[in-house]
Ligand binder design. Structure first.
Ligand code: ANZ
Length: 958
């Protein structure tokens, strides 16, 4: 806004020399920031190091408090970014003052695309630009006075850090999941089982007879990190594989708008699916927002159902269904167009019974199938899953047999069935599944009602508008020669038919997951290199630990090779592969020097954030991932935290699944292998809201600089033109970013901190309003004035006893602020401090030391610089950071009472002293129990009681 700053406008022309101004705040803040750094004020002692010789410290409970660490973007921070960092800082400071040993620091998640793209455009090494960005962000964050243990900070791009990311990769590569033990075990133990014959080698040969390649292929089926030919989104125009989220609905790259093809390429994967059940089950022990747990559950998508075989031409189509109870209602089948059986089946001509509508107008099944497959290939999974009513598909020309009743049912291909889910084939039950219903209507297929409708409709699907899909209903029309489900409820019918399928070898109960294995390689430069080399037979070998870190080599060109955008038959060529000196190496991996080729993909940018909490614990360890005693102390399980983990993790909701799921997965592997005692990384999760900002747009819809917009007569104007205003995101592209630097310069960091914390409950989004910041500035000015004489700079507090009113105000504030800070209700804590401070201002006269000191201590977590300054000025020599938080005297906290008048038939019979907050029910009870009232009623019943809490009760006797 282009108006004069109200704070400076309100400043008298002659500012008192010792007034709390932005200039004084800047001086105080810089001075204490330097002091804290020099004195290591925020350094957290570790149990086996510093704590070992200090029993008092060692006895303290710990608190490990973490933020989701930032990506060092070139744009720097706007005021929205530090919201969470300030909140964790306030919380950490309060925890320190309430007797905890607090670990709080911040690192950088610094591999990633923006730096790489910048490198491609400018030739600047990503490390150079990333480090410049980090330096800038560090300076911005330091200005906020965040109490981080700086010895523990690092970036994921540091070779000393990614050495351990690579090391963890190797542990994962060298492990398999043993479903019987329910945990990961070393691959060497699996090999021992094959060698001894305890576990059979598939195909019945002996392990010793297998070639090296055969052994490698077999182990690959078990390893938790494995290379496989996975269908991926290959974009020749960009020269890289893309994540699903990077592909548009019409099958093109979001960036560059090039065609994207589904191609099978050799890629690294992580077998996260092996952990699906544990990832689900352990959610129960976590203190996370329910919505996030729900998103993880949905992502994992556990469905209990059955696999059922439908015979066809001597083969079987296996379907996955969650409604095996509806088998008698299956009137046709659908295969995903990519299903491998489709080629096998397709007969030369349309068989008898084929309807016109099923053929798609094609002369033969082969033609119809080929045309339909081509059409389906151009659609994304998202499009295919969309609940569109117009279903498409074609008949394959074959009929399958429904195993429960022997009926011949036609087999279709249709794109609403996906290859990547279940078995890629379904039995269609149009009466009870909406998608099948729509398809059956379009293709004129029979429907049979097998679950009796409970909503009043008939049992004839021909009369329906949609499927009947309920669970609490009874089965009908479901009797065959061998099995009958009629009269059973859905749950019993499922159990009955599943048992029957299993007895007859036709199917079995099974659990299916939506979760897929994690595609773990990228064709990029700016990521962790894989510690893997291939021998001449193409067998992958792990590098020994002594060869870690495997550092990223220097390259001339950071971009992947691009191709003709329409040439689907190309293959990615990674930036690392062009560096032959690096790629082709002779190494001795224990059996003499041999030639190898390095893996030239890099890890995805999620890798570095999968374990960073552990590095904060023991950041300089180059012998071990983390010292077990240190890990146990900060993260180990304890009461209320069955799986251990970080005590508080704060970050945005956008990381609900991927990051949080991947980090949980890695934790579980490290736990299984005995490297850590915590099976979960983050015990408590908190999502902060967003700081929003007004976006102003001109008539063409283009955002205009918010700072230059004027408000006049309820409308908004930019350069004489009327502009519109909506609440949106804050950011450079919307031209509405406000930087913390500007606000610090204008008011100081303490004011910014207070403003951000006072804006509302932390988990709620809130609009930024620069003009409102001054309110918190004034609070700090009044606080200062209550303790320091603005003219002389002398401390004005007196050693006299405070009056009762003030003591009550003080202790109520202490009681409330303490609870609010513990509960992360920072906005209400600030309101209580403001109230107390206003009370002191109103009372006038010098403030008693016994009130001023606890007030300063209460302010310390929120506005640490001014608190440190006032604390010292009050004569203390130790930092305010490690003082004890004040404790309320209960004698002053009890509510004062108010007098309540009790009337019977309008006449006053009693006066009661009650708390002002008494509820109506409570007050009625107290009144009716009062002996004077009981006596006055003289045994008469009560007809009516009118209560006006807390002052009046009127009783009407019967
Ligand atoms: C018969 C049936 C009858 C089904 C009924 C549903 C209702 P969730 O719960 O999400 O796991 N299905 C199975 N594989 C599929 C695939 N590859 N593509 C599309 N749909 C597929 O969903 C499981 C249900 O989704 C399965 O149960 C199957 O349809 C369908 F009244 O089988 B059902």
């Amino acid at each position: 806004m282009s108006e004069t700053n109200p704070a400076t406008a309100a400043e008298p022309a002659e500012v008192a020399p010792h007034r709390y101004t932005a200039a004084l705040a800047a001086e105080i803040e810089a001075r204490w920031q330097d002091f804290w750094d020099e004195n290591g004020t925020y350094e957290a002692p570790n149990p086996s190091g510093d704590l070992a010789g200090d029993p008092e410290l060692a006895a303290r409970p710990k608190k490990f408090i973490m933020d989701m660490f930032p990506y060092p973007s070139g744009a720097g921070l706007h005021v929205g970014h530090p919201l969470g960092y300030i909140a964790t800082d306030v919380y950490a400071r309060h925890q320190r003052m309430t007797g905890h040993n607090v670990l709080h620091t911040l690192g950088f998640d610094a591999f990633g695309l923006p730096a790489e793209q910048f490198a491609v455009q400018t030739g600047t090494h990503p490390r150079v630009s990333t480090e410049a960005n980090m330096a800038n962000m560090k300076a911005q964050l330091r200005r906020l006075g965040l109490g981080h243990d700086k010895r523990r900070s690092f970036a994921t791009i540091d070779p000393e850090y990614y050495k351990w990311t690579q090391w963890i990769f190797l542990q994962i590569f060298n492990s398999w999941y043993d479903p019987e033990a329910g945990k990961a075990r070393p691959v060497t133990e699996l090999v021992a089982q094959f060698e001894s014959g305890e576990r059979e080698v598939p195909g019945g040969r002996a392990w010793s007879e297998l070639s090296a390649v055969e052994r490698a292929d077999l182990l690959s089926e078990y390893r938790l990190a494995y290379a496989s030919d996975a269908p991926v989104n290959w974009c020749p125009g960009l020269g890289t594989v893309l994540a699903n989220e990077e592909v548009t609905a019409d099958g093109r790259s979001e960036r560059g708008n090039f065609p994207v093809f589904k191609a099978r390429l050799r890629q690294w994967n992580m077998r996260i699916t092996a952990y699906a059940d544990r990832l689900l089950d352990d959610l129960d022990g976590l203190d996370w927002p329910e919505a996030i747990k729900m998103q993880q559950r949905n992502w994992i998508g556990r469905s209990e159902g059955a696999r059922v075989d439908f015979p066809v031409d001597g083969e079987a189509i296996t379907v996955f269904t969650t409604r095996q109870d509806t088998l008698f209602g299956a009137t046709y089948m659908v295969l995903a167009p990519e299903h491998p059986l489709v080629e096998k089946f397709t007969p030369a001509a349309w068989p008898e019974g084929t309807r016109e509508a099923w053929t798609g107008g094609h002369a033969t099944p082969a033609e119809a199938v080929a045309a339909y497959r081509a059409q389906a290939a151009s659609k994304s999974d998202v499009e295919r899953q969309a609940e569109a009513k117009d279903k498409t598909g074609v008949f394959t020309g074959v009929f399958a047999t429904n195993p429960v009743n022997g009926e011949r049912i036609p087999v279709f291909i249709a794109d609403y069935v996906l290859m990547g889910y279940g078995t890629g084939a379904i039995m269609a039950v149009p009466a009870h599944d909406s998608r099948d219903f729509a398809f059956a209507r379009a293709f004129d297929l029979p429907m049979r009602c097998v679950v009796e409708p409970t909503d009043g409709r008939s049992t004839d699907p021909a009369e329906w508008d949609d499927a009947f899909a309920a669970y609490d209903a009874e089965l009908i029309n479901s009797s065959g020669d061998d099995v009958s489900l009629d009269g059973l409820g859905v749950v019993e019918a499922k159990a009955r038919v599943t048992a029957w399928l299993a007895e007859n070898g036709i199917g079995e109960g099974t659990v299916n997951y939506r979760l897929r294995d994690w595609l773990f390689s990228r064709q990029r430069y700016w990521g962790e290199p894989f510690p893997i080399v291939y021998d001449e037979d193409g067998v992958a070998h792990a590098l020994p630990e002594s060869m870690l870190p495997l550092e990223l080599p220097e390259v001339e060109d950071y971009s992947p090779r691009t191709f003709d955008p329409d040439d689907a038959d190309t293959q990615p060529e990674t930036p690392l592969s062009r560096n032959e000196d690096w790629v082709d190496v002779t190494l001795d991996l224990g059996d003499g020097p041999k030639k190898y080729r390095r893996e030239t993909n890099t890890m995805p940018n999620w890798a570095g954030s999968c374990w960073y909490e552990l590095r904060y614990l023991d950041p300089h360890n180059d012998e071990k991932l983390v010292d077990p005693a240190i890990e146990q102390y900060w993260m180990g399980p304890r009461e209320g935290m069955p799986h251990g983990g970080v005590d508080l993790y704060v970050g945005g909701q956008e990381h609900a699944v991927l990051h949080l799921l991947y980090a949980r997965f890695w934790s579980k592997i490290l736990f299984d292998l005995g490297y850590v005692s915590s099976a979960e990384p983050f015990h408590k999760l908190f999502n902060q809201g967003m700081i929003q900002a007004f976006v102003y747009r001109d008539s063409r819809g283009i955002a205009v600089p918010a700072a230059e917009v004027e408000e006049r007569d309820g409308a908004y104007w930019y350069q004489g033109e009327k502009v519109s205003r909506v609440l949106g995101k804050m950011g450079k592209s919307l031209k509405n970013a406000v930087t913390p630097d500007e606000i610090c310069a204008e008011y100081g960091a303490d004011t910014l901190r207070l403003y951000e914390m006072a804006m509302g409950p932390l988990d709620v989004s809130r609009p930024w309003d620069t003009r409102a910041v001054v309110g918190q500035y004034r609070l700090l000015q009044r606080l200062w004035r209550n303790i320091v004489d603005e003219a002389t700079g002398e401390v004005t507090v007196v050693d006299e006893q405070a009056d009762d009113d003030t003591l009550r105000a003080l202790h109520k504030a202490i009681d409330g602020v303490r609870q609010d800070l513990e509960g992360m209700r920072f906005n209400t804590a600030i309101a209580k401090i403001t109230e107390l401070n206003n009370h002191l201002t109103k009372t006038g006269g010098p403030v008693a030391r016994s009130v001023a000191e606890p007030l300063v201590l209460m302010v310390a977590p929120l506005a640490p610089h001014i608190a440190e300054e006032l604390w010292r000025r009050l004569g203390h020599t130790d930092s305010v950071v490690h003082q004890d938080f004040p404790v309320a005297d209960p004698a002053y906290v009890v509510d004062e009472t108010v007098t309540c008048v009790v009337q019977i038939k309008g006449k006053v019979k009693a006066r009661l002293e009650v708390p002002p907050s008494v509820s109506e029910e409570e007050l009625e009870k107290i009144a009716l129990a009062d002996e004077r009232v009981v006596a006055a009623l003289g045994g008469a019943g009560v007809r009516k009681v009118i209560v006006r809490a807390p002052k009046l009760v009127n009783i009407v006797p019967a």
